[in-house]
Design a protein around this ligand. Sequence first.
Ligand SMILES: [Zn+2]
Length: 76
Amino acid sequence: MEIHEQLYLGDVVEMRKQHPCGSYQWEIVRVGADIGLVCLTCKRRVLLPRRQFARQAKKFIKRGAQAQGDQAPTTG
Ligand SMILES: [Zn+2]
């Protein structure tokens, strides 16, 4: 399965491959032609081309504030 959803800053994703530090979880810090990710455990920063990111990402752990805003429930 590949992730083809809209990406937002602050999203936390679980990757298929384990980082050398032992973590699978990364936070999205840049959304462009390349996706910027910071390892939540060792804080190492990497850039992945979108296509590569989509292949390596497994699922969303947490959606960023912007994503939550898009899905805000209507009240009243
Ligand atoms: Zn790491």
